[in-house]
Design a protein around this ligand. Structure first.
Ligand SMILES: Cc1cc2nc3c(=O)[nH]c(=O)nc-3n(C[C@H](O)[C@H](O)[C@H](O)COP(=O)(O)O)c2cc1C
Length: 334
């Protein structure tokens, strides 16, 4: 894919889905308004109802979802844009309030911190159960099916959400992966689930259309960093070099120096990944341009600034000051 610029819309959950978890009527306008980006990445999209962990997050597991997302992709293409669907399984962050089932994860390890409000109730995380060995292939297949629906819906590619403490990261880290089967117990085994999901999506999309988001800094969702986790990420990134993926994308709120990585989050990924790298996390257009000039990364994803400035790209290129992101910004979305 040739992109007209290096600006990416970071995936941003909007909590605007309809009752059947289709994207809202406003989603087409929301994404089309940002279509001047080199690439748009959607809000995280559930690959199964079992994975829902937040209010009104959209899915891509029903025929009606494919139809609803095709309205969004058409609106973006009509404006000359390109859009990837971010595919998401929350693992232990899912909640029976929505999913009606016990969360699943790599192992039965609770995140004791995250809680959210729903219908006047405070929802605490629930103890997940470890996926049985004979269930793992089925979850990989859910990613494949969602990737196929994304293709049918007219997306330009998919981004696998391997970041921010959700299911794929739960397999990658020793804190949440205590398995001793083929998906745990060693560096290569912990990376295996992520690689299987990548391969399943590549099987649908072919070369250059599958991205992977990773958070090598364990900063979110009560993920605890353990000595040896860096080796798992290094192994995963090394293995990805022989696969025709489109890019690796940094998932982090602030791309600062993390002592456990000995680098920034993007910097760590760059050390192990020579391909296309999307930097992210607290950048301004100026600081991002500096990093791109130094080849620290190839593209930059903006989250909060792109939420607050639908016309971020023309503002950057014409030097118009940016609107700040405020608490009201999210409320203004449709
Ligand atoms: C409201 C909001 C929703 C977000 N939802 C997602 C999401 O669905 N998937 C994801 O990978 N990251 C999500 N993020 C993280 C952003 O993609 C990004 O990594 C983060 O905002 C840091 O970049 P920024 O400083 O440019 O905003 C979200 C961030 C915000 C502010």
């Amino acid at each position: 894919m040739r992109l007209p610029n290096r600006v990416v819309l970071a995936p941003c959950t909007r909590n605007r889905a309809t009752a059947d978890l289709s994207p809202s009527a406003g989603a087409a306008d929301y994404y089309a308004a940002r279509a001047e980006a080199g690439l748009l990445v959607t809000e995280a999209i559930l690959i199964t109802p079992d994975a829902q962990g937040y209010l009104d997050t959209p899915g891509l597991f029903l025929e009606s979802h494919t139809t609803a997302w095709s309205v969004v992709t058409r609106a973006v293409h009509d404006r000359g844009g390109r859009i990837f669907a971010q595919l998401w399984h929350t693992g232990r962050i899912s909640h029976s309030h929505w999913s009606k089932c016990q969360p699943v994860s790599a192992s039965a390890v609770l995140d004791p911190v995250l809680r959210r409000q729903a219908g006047g109730n405070t929802l605490y995380n629930e103890m997940p159960r470890a996926l049985r060995s004979d269930e793992v292939a089925g979850v990989v297949d859910l990613f494949r099916l969602a990737a196929q629906r994304a293709l049918d819906a007219g997306f330009d590619g998919v981004e696998i959400h391997g970041a921010n403490g959700y299911l794929i990261e739960q397999f990658l880290r020793q804190h949440t992966n205590r398995r001793d089967d083929e998906w745990g117990g060693g560096t290569a085994a912990r990376a295996r689930f992520a690689l299987e999901v990548v391969q399943a999506c590549l099987g649908v999309w072919g070369p250059g259309r599958v991205g992977l988001r990773l958070s090598p800094a364990a900063y979110f969702g009560e993920m605890q960093w353990r000595s040896g986790d860096n080796e798992t990420y290094a192994h995963l990134l090394q293995s990805l070099r022989s696969l025709p993926i489109a890019y690796v994308h940094t998932g982090v709120v602030e791309d600062k120096f993390y002592s456990e990585l000995g680098a920034t989050s993007s910097g760590f990924l760059r050390q192990h990944w020579p391909g296309v790298l999307i930097g992210n996390g607290g950048y301004s257009p100026e600081s991002a341009a500096q990093q791109v000039t130094q080849a620290a990364f190839d593209l930059i994803a903006f989250g909060k600034l792109f939420l607050a400035n639908p016309d971020l790209v023309p503002r950057i290129f014409s030097g118009v000051p940016l609107q700040p992101y405020t608490a009201e910004t999210l409320q203004s979305l449709r």
